[in-house]
Design a binder for this molecule. Structure first.
Ligand SMILES: [Zn+2]
Length: 119
């Protein structure tokens, strides 16, 4: 499974795009920052097309499924922060669509193909 970087593409089930903001800049792959624990939580979802008169589009991510999403082995710890697990290309979770947290999001592209881990 590959690590996710800031160039990863994550989409809600409707095709909206999850906006990324890496919190650490110490560990990089080919110069691009690796995403670590909590980077995918509470992120905005842009351009989700699933809008009806009664249900707004996905606005943000609200939960992460930890076991498939986070490496069991690889952590990054930067000064003044706790160790944070690295996100893998199997990352998934839910958005706030219709405010019920029932719509999934997942990785379309990890952003790099060089570095990964078995778990
Ligand atoms: Zn959506």
């Amino acid at each position: 499974m590959r690590f996710l970087t800031e160039d990863a593409l994550l989409k809600c089930d409707h095709g909206g795009t999850v906006g990324l903001a890496p919190r650490q800049d110490w560990v990089r792959v080919a110069g691009r920052r690796v995403l670590v624990e909590d980077d995918l939580l509470g992120r905005p979802v842009r351009a989700c097309p699933m809008v009806t008169p009664t249900t707004p589009a996905c606005a943000r991510t609200v939960s992460i499924s930890e076991t498939p999403s986070l490496s069991a082995l690889v952590r990054v710890q930067t000064q003044g922060d706790r160790p944070r697990r690295v996100y893998l290309d199997t990352a998934t979770g839910h958005t706030d669509w219709a405010r019920l947290s029932t719509v999934s999001f997942a990785v379309a592209e990890p952003g790099q193909s060089l570095v990964g881990t078995g778990s």
